[in-house]
Design a protein around this ligand. Structure first.
Ligand code: MN
Length: 287
């Protein structure tokens, strides 16, 4: 069984725009080797927003290059729009898997409907690196709806398979390198063994509730970073628990990141800024 290498937490939150109160539980500013192929994990919420129909909250136009952003909405709704003409609304239980690749400009706001009603908000945005050979792939996104995500029963809970494979059940997301992403819910006192691959970077994020792994307790907004070696992990739920389980084959390449760009070299970062500043990412259509 895998054991805990480290517990990641961050009690200092910050706002992304005026719509996303996040805690960054890991980022590429730390040890990029230990988190590879992942780059960043922002846990937004839980938060309660008042209605604000006249002026939806969020973050305006900004670029990305060199990786993928995976947005998982648990409560509330997020609408996005990008310069390739893409757009849509990510609802409760849905996932947007966006490939920034060679470059995208987009905006992310609370949906019009959710801005009218307000209420609970909870979301995760995970950044997944692209192998060097795919960093300049054309941008695009996968809108992963609730119905397309298979759910499997666990002894004392359930798991929704967003990406990868759980004992023969495959998730719908297409990925550039081997990644598992599972939305796991456990009932109080459940004890489960999850089939995690040997050799993958493995993170178990507690979004709500409390669990015991490898003899250590974890609560809300804490991530157990598990050992690369060994298969599987035993998890005991100390109450009703919501987890996001992430594993990925490490990408053994240098990571150089600056803000919304994550490449392999400083020169590529300078090129990204030059390309963006000279309009080579294109432009968004007026709202
Ligand atoms: Mn973005």
């Amino acid at each position: 069984m895998k054991t805990i290498d480290k517990i990641l937490r961050n009690n200092a939150g910050h706002w992304v725009g005026d719509g996303f109160p996040v805690r960054s539980l890991f980022s590429y500013n730390g040890d990029t080797r230990a988190i590879s192929p992942f780059l960043l994990f922002d846990y937004a919420g839980p938060w309660t927003f008042e209605p604000n129909a006249a002026n939806p909250r969020g973050v305006g136009q900004h670029p990305h290059r060199g990786f993928e952003t995976v947005t998982i909405v648990y409560d509330g709704e997020v609408s996005h729009r990008d310069n390739s003409g893409g757009g849509g609304t990510i609802g409760n239980g849905e996932v947007q898997w966006m490939t920034a690749g060679s470059g995208i400009i987009h905006e992310e706001y609370h949906s019009a409907g959710y801005s009218k009603t307000g209420g609970p908000f909870r979301m995760v945005q995970l950044w997944v690196n692209l192998p060097a050979k795919d960093k300049m792939t054309p941008p695009g996104y996968q809108a992963i709806t609730r119905d397309s995500i298979p759910e499997i029963a666990l002894d004392g809970g359930r798991a929704r398979i967003i990406a990868g494979d759980f004992s023969g059940t495959s998730g719908p997301a297409r990925t550039f390198s081997p990644v598992n992403l599972w939305d796991v819910r456990l009932d109080a006192d459940a004890q489960v063994t999850l089939p995690l691959p040997d050799g993958h970077t493995t993170m178990v994020a507690v979004l709500s509730g409390h669990v015991t792994i490898d003899g250590q307790g974890l609560g809300e907004a804490e991530i157990a970073q598990l050992s690369l070696a060994a298969e599987g992990v035993e998890i005991k739920a100390d109450g009703q628990t919501m987890l996001l389980v992430m594993t990925g084959e490490p990408i053994d390449e240098p990571v150089v990141g600056h803000g919304p760009f994550v490449m392999n070299t400083e020169a590529e970062i300078r090129q990204a800024f030059a390309d963006f500043n000279s309009g080579r990412f294109g432009a968004m259509a007026p709202a």
